[in-house]
Design a protein around this ligand. Structure first.
Ligand SMILES: N[C@@H](CCC(=O)N[C@@H](CS)C(=O)NCC(=O)O)C(=O)O
Length: 392
């Protein structure tokens, strides 16, 4: 067995333990008196490799926690040879990746899968979507079951290190909030301390459950934290009245309220300032910088095109136009894309088939009421954080 294979197996063993830990809390009513908080299921506990046998301790060179995908060739070659991109999504995240009745997957995360397929294969439809729960997602990446994960995944230190993932540019700056019923006395200006005594529900294997448990501990309040396998079940339990509060990324609460708030009931999202930072974006296996470049520059291409106001309908004009950076990005000169193993027109395909960042945002997040203006998701020229390095 090669050292690389050994490392991969060791990592998988660690990840399965971690996934099992995630699932174990699914239906339990871990009472979250919240000191139990550190029982973080998403790898955030990051006690960084105390037990050396897991191969995840950071101090020995040759038994590190890396997944040497690049050694056997980049995922880029695998995707090209296969002719489809295996993309991990949620399938239950309204406006991000939601499986519709006809089996199609909609949402901005799903569209970024399509954008990468357009860049690599010239065809935005060459995607095989794989629905993954929060608890399953990183194991699926490490095992090579998916080439890319676009699943409301927050970039955290432990996921980036101990868990063995690499993260691409943030495509949506989110933050965790809570949702309760106005009839229970909650309002948009409620404070988190007002949930003292409440049954709080979320999905397992997320930053969400660790954040709320930790905060409840800090505030000195008692909550009962119930975790479920996916957010559809969480929302069903909220509707049925068995959860007083549900909590996750604010964008998801906005989506759920838009789509599922029953007639005659008023759901309210609070606190006004989220309780955490949840930068969401692409995730792939560690140490494959060829593939990382492809995914990252696909995202950057959508952002640069947005900076120039070049959308789906304008690509031909932009290619023949006089903005040198846009001409380069769309393949007018070619070598920027070919040097990274892509066809010269890779980003022409991305923008013409999927649109620029704003178009993708408006098509998917606009309908549930999410706006870029005045938020971290505005472009850097408008006071936001959406920014790309130059195409040169
Ligand atoms: N961003 C957080 C939370 C991710 C998460 O699971 N969010 C929920 C709310 S959108 C979700 O994706 N639910 C869909 C599902 O459970 O399948 C994380 O990375 O841990």
């Amino acid at each position: 067995m090669t050292a690389t294979l050994k490392r991969r197996l060791a990592l998988l063993a660690v990840l399965s333990l971690f996934a099992a830990a995630c699932s174990s809390g699914d239906d339990a009513t871990d009472n979250a008196d919240t000191d139990s908080t550190e029982a973080s299921d998403d790898g955030d506990s990051g006690d960084s490799g105390d037990d050396g046998d897991s191969g995840d301790s950071g101090d020995s060179d040759d038994s590190g926690d890396t997944v040497d995908l690049a050694q056997g060739g980049s995922v880029l070659e695998t995707v090209k040879a296969r002719g489809t991109l295996n993309c991990g999504v949620s399938g239950a995240a309204v406006a991000f990746s939601f499986t519709q009745a006809d089996g199609s997957v909609t949402g901005i995360d799903a569209d970024y899968c399509r954008a990468v397929a357009a860049a690599v294969l010239g065809d935005a439809n060459a995607v095989n979507f794989v629905a993954l729960t929060a608890a399953e997602r990183f194991t699926a990446v490490a095992a090579g079951d998916v080439d890319l994960l676009m699943r409301n995944s927050t970039w955290t230190q432990s996921r980036d290190t101990d868990v063995g993932m690499d993260f691409g540019p943030t495509t949506y700056y989110d933050g965790q909030q809570l949702m309760g019923r106005a009839s229970d006395g909650f309002s948009g200006s409620s404070a988190v301390s007002e949930i003292d005594g409440a049954v709080v529900c979320t999905n397992a294997g997320t930053t969400t459950e660790t954040n709320i448990a930790e905060l409840a501990g800090t505030l000195g309040i008692n909550i009962t934290l119930n975790t479920f396998e996916d957010f559809n079940i969480v929302t069903e339990n909220f509707i049925a009245g068995s959860c007083d509060i549900i909590t996750t990324d604010g964008s998801a609460l906005v989506g759920r309220k838009a789509e599922q708030q029953p007639e005659g009931e008023e759901w309210v999202i609070f606190p006004a300032t989220p309780i955490s930072k949840e930068p969401l974006g692409p995730v792939y296996g560690q140490n494959d910088s060829i593939w990382a470049d492809v995914v990252n520059w696909t995202v950057y291409a959508t952002i640069i095109a947005d900076e120039y106001g070049v959308g789906k309908a304008d690509v031909d004009a932009a290619l023949a136009g006089d903005a040198p950076e846009m001409v380069r990005l769309l393949g007018g000169e070619g070598e920027l894309q070919t040097a990274m193993g892509l066809p010269a027109d890779a980003f022409y395909q991305v923008i013409s088939q999927m649109g620029n960042y704003s178009e993708m945002f408006e098509a998917n997040l606009g309908p549930v009421g999410l706006v870029r203006e005045g938020s971290a998701n505005a472009g850097w020229q408008d006071g936001g954080l959406i920014y790309a390095p130059p195409a040169r």
